[in-house]
Ligand binder design. Structure first.
Ligand code: SF4
Ligand code: SF4
Length: 324
């Protein structure tokens, strides 16, 4: 399967916040309690924007940032979306691509953007279904302190927080500040990442990060580029680095028949983590739910294939292999 024209890769050059601008990140969703996002019971936080565009993405509405076309404003049945005057005092660094423009091509004027009213929203997701840009207007640009205030009420009931996406690694500076607050409150910090943002040299970030969970989507550079649009090298570098530093909780491979050579993927991943018995390998069965329409006929993998892949990982020396 080749990469279709319409999924051309979004670009995310990271930007340093302008002097005096608030450090914020676009928060797509907070799940108060999750048992599948790392050790124990965790609060999962999803940030908007991704630097990969995987063919089988299960949350394509998290890939891009709103460009302010306005198509969703009139469609919202709850009046939760409106045109807003640009607030020059904050959010300047929320979009690392600079792609949240102050007014899109069809916005009423050049100084407007779509504003989201969290209280009014009834979560019908009409806006997400009609967005032509793989984006969501249901974003709150929060500072690390504001996000901490949002998740703090869950702390008596959780082991820690996990940030995900989109790709939360696009917001390392924000995460560093947020993780600091979480750790000071006695909770653990996990990062669920596609591994594309190099963590080498990110010492401040690593110092406040307990564990990472890294996707390994393909076992060859050719497969990886075809599936995600990006190189495999940064991912394997991050797996090696975090494993060596004792900061890798698991690697994850989504098994999709016929897209990439899953046996090669698992051989590569298992070889990387086998020297670290505390690191587990999670093999995830591809499921059609939530994928783009042109991917909805893709077959799900058989139980036999999943067991075969598990055996490959175990033979390579991985102590814990989980199939979900
Ligand atoms: S969320 Fe999508 S539809 Fe709504 S204004 Fe932004 S780009 Fe347009
Ligand atoms: S999900 Fe919320 S913001 Fe989107 S259309 Fe429905 S009510 Fe409006």
């Amino acid at each position: 399967m080749s990469r279709p024209e319409e999924t051309a890769l979004p670009r995310f050059p990271r930007k340093t916040p302008a002097a005096g601008a608030a450090l914020t990140a676009p928060v797509n969703k907070i799940i108060p309690f999750s048992a599948v996002d790392g050790f124990g019971n965790r609060t999962a936080i999803f940030l908007q924007g991704c630097n990969q565009d995987c063919l089988y993405c299960h949350n394509p509405e998290t890939i891009r940032l709103c460009v302010g076309c306005g198509a969703c404003v009139d469609a919202c049945p709850a009046g939760a979306l409106s045109w807003a005057e640009e607030d020059g005092s904050r959010s300047k660094n929320a979009c690392p691509a600079g792609s949240v423009s102050p007014g899109g091509p069809s916005s009423p004027d050049g100084l407007r953007r779509v504003s989201y009213n969290f209280e009014r929203c009834v979560n019908c997701d009409t806006c997400i279904r009609i967005c032509p840009n793989s984006a969501s207007p249901k974003i709150r640009n929060l500072t690390p302190e504001e996000l901490f205030d949002q998740v703090k009420p869950f702390f008596p009931f959780i082991d820690g927080i996990t940030t995900s996406g989109g790709e939360c690694g696009l917001y390392l500076e924000f995460l560093t500040e947020f993780y600091r607050l979480v750790k000071a409150a006695g909770k653990t910090t996990y990062m669920d990442t596609n591994g594309q943002i190099p963590l080498t040299g990110q010492e401040e970030f690593l110092a406040v990060t307990d564990k990472t969970m890294i996707d390994l989507k393909a076992g060859t550079d050719e497969d990886h580029r075809r599936l995600t649009g990006r190189d495999l090298g940064p991912v394997t570098d991050n797996i090696r680095l975090t494993a060596e530093r004792g900061k890798l909780y698991e690697i994850r491979t989504v098994v999709v028949p016929g897209i990439v050579d899953s046996r090669k993927t698992v051989e590569l991943g298992a070889g990387l983590i086998a020297p670290y018995p505390e690191v587990r390998y999670k093999l995830i069965k591809f499921r059609r739910y939530g994928v783009r329409e042109n991917f909805s006929d893709t077959p799900e993998p058989s139980d036999e294939l999943m067991e075969e892949l598990k055996e490959i990982a175990r033979k390579k020396g991985v102590k814990e292999v989980v199939i979900t």
